[in-house]
Design a protein around this ligand. Sequence first.
Ligand SMILES: [Zn+2]
Ligand SMILES: [Zn+2]
Length: 401
Amino acid sequence: MYIYICSHFEMVNDLKRFLHWGPITFFSLLICVSWTTLHMNSMLWPPNESFASMANLGIYLASNMMTLLNFIRAVTAGPGYLPKKWQPKHINEMKFLQICKACDGYKAPRSHHCRRCDRCVKKMDHHCPWINNCVGWGNQLYFIYFLLYFALTMLQASVILSLAFYRGLFRRHFIYHGMRHLATIRLNMLNAMLTMFSFGVAVGSIMATGKLVYNQMKSVFTNQTEIEQWIVKKARFRRVLNAKHSQMFLYPYDLGWLTNFNQVFDWDFQQHGDGIVWPVRKGCDQYTLTREQLSQKLDKLARTRRYRCIYPATGHWMPIWSQGLMTGICIPYTDDPRICLEPNDLVHVTRIQDYWLYGERVQQPNEKERRKGPKRGWLPSRCVIEVTDNDESAGGDGDGD
Ligand SMILES: [Zn+2]
Ligand SMILES: [Zn+2]
């Protein structure tokens, strides 16, 4: 009974993942391109004409099926979430790990908290809005297969659509010159518009997918997720700046391109290990990367500046009315959240632009129910003033009263 309820619960959760603009847009575009391609293909290369035209249709249908299958697997298998309140087996290992307040536990090596999934994700690469899920330990292989089959489908569709459109456009010309076998495409308003639209979608998809395939294969061969590439870059940069570090940072999970490749491309479709303990190269241990992350966090803390809110921030993306024209125009071009502030809120700021700052609001005790919305994000710079140590001690006394 328990298993039945659990599997039912998981199924409902899986279905919810599909009810999001990402998967819905993907399915709608795929249906539009596939329907138009099949319709044009039936006039261009009717499958009953020759073995080659039959094979062409067979390959197109098969790659469509494989695209769908791997897309669904990438969504439903998920990246693998770290259990909530997770802790390492030995207490003395806790000091090497970061704490995740949202999951009320420790972050395992290679795990990161995803704001959108609201969970810590094993070997997190990135959150993909198209599959409305993270790409990580559990579904990276399905995600890569999905990208490859999708690119193949769109490539074939773009060839069929462009050729069909060309033949349709010059139909009269072919008839006039006695080439009736090339004059099989009849264009009308609807199928001409759909062909042009689908061709645009197909070419756009090939370019976007090509970039993603390149990123993913780079990540597979180096055994570095997108997030880890960023950590390694910072680790090397810190060593260049700091004369104390005489040795280069040794990335622990790079075991040579072939072993790295085999770790993801398992022909039995089995994920490697448990997503928590990973094989490391000589001279490294399980916590080489997490220790580096902790040091980077300390560096960041040292760079952090404290600000106090003097004017409420609405959390709007273009607050022209409340914050003035320039703040409304010069917005940061990222999809990070915008935070709401009330006077006297304290913010730890890590990034500074002319009209906007990026930081984290300091949570007051017993505040959890009272305040909604994200704690970390962008805020208009005119809402806050910097707090120096002197101001802070004066403010602290005031708060204590
Ligand atoms: Zn977490
Ligand atoms: Zn996510």
